[in-house]
Write a protein that binds this ligand. Structure first.
Ligand SMILES: NC(=O)N[C@H](N)C(=O)O
Length: 305
């Protein structure tokens, strides 16, 4: 026992020398912190990363001290996981929202140019879509997906007994002359069958809430699922940005030049071109919510010398 209450046994360089006559070898020992070792299921806690190509925000960091309170939201805390950092170079913001029972908002979105996606991860609530005189009501529960076009009128309230938790992904909608903005819709990951990635026997599959051929949409928010042991077998590199929030399981994820360990509750922010791959080593399924900007021309530089 050391002065700080930890045990730190010394193991002989020759364990056989410690064997009592005829008895088993003693088990080797570890440094044991006060309170004991973390469970075998937990990853290292010290996994936060911020580089020029990506950031990792581990679940343990999404705690009280980093919460915000948003205007016109009652009983609600928001964790801003991503936001544009350098002017027009990044496209989206992503929040984890915790709405206490009785909390919510009648004026949730202050920006008429913003489109949004809500994806519920826990609890229950009530969403309304449309103007006061003609509102459609929808139930919110784990797995509910909501698309909100720019200018959409909506309200959201927690009328359940537990905290309502959801992701809110916001982006300035890029209008295209001749194309209307999409309408609002409500769906769920139970209603949409995952599409297997070609050649993977369904071990890597993507749940797409929006038809990829519907060019009114300029962002996709999908759920990506890997069976234990499945992989992204090459370093995908593309101009699209990503927000990846781990909904379930564990994996090692390749981000630019690094392999990082991630688990449920962690968030990864990938800048354009950040190479990415994945080994979902198990023991259970590995799933994440994925944001991606799509279907629009690249903005051209108008600076001439
Ligand atoms: N990291 C990913 O899961 N990327 C997806 N395959 C994608 O870009 O759609």
């Amino acid at each position: 026992m050391t002065s700080d209450g930890t045990t730190h046994d010394t193991v002989s360089a020759d364990p056989a020398a410690l064997r009592p006559a005829g008895g088993p070898l003693p088990s080797t020992s570890y440094h044991v912190p006060p309170g004991g070792l973390p469970p075998q299921t937990a990853l290292l806690t010290d996994r936060a990363m911020f580089t020029e190509a990506y950031a990792v925000i581990p679940s343990g960091v999404i705690r009280d001290i980093t919460a915000s309170y948003l205007p016109f939201w009652e009983g609600t805390r928001a964790w801003v996981l991503a936001r544009p950092l350098s002017g027009f170079a990044e496209t989206f913001s992503q929040y984890v929202m915790d709405v206490a029972p009785g909390g919510g908002s009648d004026h949730p979105e202050p920006d008429a140019a913003a489109e949004g996606v809500l994806f519920v991860v826990g609890g229950e609530g009530r969403l309304t879509l449309g103007p006061e005189e003609d509102r459609a009501e929808h139930r919110l529960e784990a797995g509910t997906f909501v698309y909100l076009p720019p200018g959409q009128r909506w309200t959201l309230h927690n009328d359940g007994p537990e905290t309502l938790g959801f992701h809110w992904i916001r982006k300035a909608y890029e209008r295209v002359e001749g194309l209307d903005a999409p309408e609002a819709f409500v769906s769920s990951d139970r209603e949409v069958a995952p599409t297997p990635m070609p050649g993977t026997d369904g071990r890597w599959a993507t749940t797409r809430f929006v038809d990829p051929g519907d060019l009114r949409h300029d962002m996709h928010v999908n759920v990506v699922t890997f069976e234990p042991g499945a992989v992204i077998p090459f370093a995908e590199t593309h101009v699209m940005e990503h927000g990846l929030y781990v909904l379930e399981g564990k994996a090692v994820y390749r981000l630019n030049t690094d392999w990082v360990e991630v688990e449920a509750g962690d968030f990864m922010w990938l800048r354009a071109f950040c190479p990415q791959a994945c080994y979902a080593g198990g023991p259970g399924r590995f799933r994440y919510l994925l944001y991606k900007d799509v279907n629009r021309h690249a903005r051209l530089s108008r600076t001439f010398l």
